[in-house]
Design a binder for this molecule. Structure first.
Ligand SMILES: Nc1ncnc2c1ncn2[C@@H]1O[C@H](COP(=O)(O)OP(=O)(O)OP(=O)(O)O)[C@@H](O)[C@H]1O
Ligand SMILES: [Mg+2]
Length: 267
């Protein structure tokens, strides 16, 4: 059971010429738990990616605490290494996150070796094939040999998901994982994430602008506005009975999620 908690976390960026800087995240608290997906929604600039960067330890909180299993996260050495295997990320742009000069096998072999899940060449190959099969890139042998530019956007994002799973994390952060993909393949990738989430009992933070998919794919929704969480609750409740003015506007602006999603059963 791994839980990841944000406790009263704030992040102030220093800005040149602005004495007080910019408060990108303002006293935010929430918890990620195994088997649960939490959606983080909010307009551009509201602080969503800053929360992802703080969760990944790419930025330090100005105040507040990040706790893994109720213990403050260590920022160096073995503690940081084990944190990095527990908490993995899928980025918005799969092309930018893959190295164009290496084949897909290389991208997956590296974290497998690094985190000690495969050693010999044969073990690595088998583990790479398993990962590719799990993200539905089959036959895996064929995809393993390709380089990123030989894949479609959706296939690349599946590779990025496989890479994130390689260290066997318990928490997955997905920051706008489908917003750069063609609309026609977005749901396929989100369904895959939902399936893996259940198979692995992952705790997922799904960052998005899209209220309809936030509702469909999440248990809880956090609504962020200017650095603060202005609303937090079960997904249906937040959408059907929004309390905050900003959530109401978001819900009103979203295309009717019932209409868009009613043909989709949860996988
Ligand atoms: N490294 C940084 N230095 C200074 N300011 C930053 C830095 N990173 C982000 N910001 C500022 O912090 C605020 C929040 O940015 P953030 O990227 O978290 O927003 P977001 O909600 O992810 O937006 P989007 O939906 O456009 O991705 C913005 O005003 C942004 O300009
Ligand atoms: Mg962002």
């Amino acid at each position: 059971m791994t839980t990841l908690e944000f406790r009263n976390v704030s992040k102030r960026y220093r800005l040149r010429g602005v004495k007080e800087g910019l408060l990108a995240v303002d006293d935010v608290s929430f918890r990620l738990e195994p088997g649960k997906t939490v959606a983080l929604v909010g307009q551009s600039g509201s602080g969503k990616s800053t929360i992802a960067k703080l969760l990944l330890q790419l930025e330090r909180p100005t105040s507040g605490q990040i706790l893994l299993d109720d213990k403050p996260v260590e920022r160096r050495g073995r503690g940081l290494r084990s944190y990095r295997s527990e908490v993995q990320m899928v980025f918005q742009d799969p092309f930018a996150s893959l190295n164009p000069y290496h084949d897909i096998a290389h991208h997956l072999a590296r974290p497998l070796r690094l985190h000690g899940h495969a050693q010999s060449a044969a073990e690595v190959e088998q583990a790479v094939h398993e990962l590719l099969t799990r993200v539905r890139l089959t036959p895996p042998g064929e995809y393993a040999e390709k380089r990123p530019h030989e894949l479609s956007g959706g296939q690349r994002q599946r590779v990025a998901i496989a890479r994130a799973l390689a260290p066997r994390p318990s928490i997955l952060i997905a920051d706008e994982p489908v917003s750069m993909l063609d609309v026609s393949i977005r749901l396929g990738v989100l369904n895959l994430l939902a399936l893996l989430q259940r198979q692995e009992n992952l705790g997922v933070l799904y960052i998005t602008h899209d209220l309809a998919t936030a509702r469909h794919f999440s248990d809880e929704i956090l609504v962020m506005y200017k650095g603060r969480i202005v609303e937090h609750g079960p997904a249906d409740e937040v959408i059907l009975n929004p309390q905050h003015e900003y959530t109401r506007r978001l819900a009103a602006a979203a295309p009717n999620p019932e209409e868009r999603l009613k043909h989709l059963a949860r996988p």
